[in-house]
Ligand binder design. Structure first.
Ligand SMILES: Cc1cc2nc3c(=O)[nH]c(=O)nc-3n(C[C@H](O)[C@H](O)[C@H](O)COP(=O)(O)OP(=O)(O)OC[C@H]3O[C@@H](n4cnc5c(N)ncnc54)[C@H](O)[C@@H]3O)c2cc1C
Length: 118
């Protein structure tokens, strides 16, 4: 695992020194895929459920349209939504980036899926 991180960070030249000095303890995360289970509208609560004035759900298990779970952004947008809504502020969290409508992203995905080098 450390070797992989070292590769990502492109510091292979220092790999043996780092690996000699590091302790790496892998841990199991048996419920981590729960984020990605199929879900329907209503399975997760709205950030600020209709009719509530002092209660909000934030984090990964509330409903945010178009957003992507398992990201820090999801938790942050839910918290921003909660604060702005409950305080009655005229603000919205930053818009969700929709890469699926970007022709460059679509082309790159197509090439990668078909193993066509660029
Ligand atoms: C291995 C891994 C890799 C990831 N990689 C990425 C990535 O590359 N990019 C990305 O965007 N996201 C990544 N994520 C997801 C991201 O880390 C989480 O979505 C995000 O941290 C969730 O933030 P949160 O504040 O909602 O919850 P958390 O960060 O889980 O915070 C919840 C806090 O509440 C505390 N808590 C729980 N119960 C209680 C209690 N009863 N009383 C008091 N405190 C309590 C917990 O100790 C914790 O500190 C990764 C997650 C994992 C596990």
């Amino acid at each position: 695992m450390m070797a992989e991180i070292i590769g990502h960070l492109r510091i292979e030249a220092h790999a043996s020194r780092i690996l000699d000095a590091c302790t790496c303890i892998p841990c199991m995360m048996p419920f981590i895929t729960s984020h990605f289970l199929p879900r329907s509208k209503g399975d997760r609560p709205q950030v600020v459920p209709e009719g509530t004035k002092n209660l909000a759900f934030i984090g990964q298990y509330c409903e945010l349209p178009d957003d992507v779970v398992f990201t820090v952004e999801y938790s942050i947008r839910s918290a921003q939504t909660a604060v702005y809504t409950l305080l009655g502020l005229e603000r919205k969290p930053p818009a969700v980036y929709k890469g699926q409508y970007n022709p460059r992203v679509l082309l790159e995905a197509f090439l990668a899926l078909h193993e066509i080098g660029v």
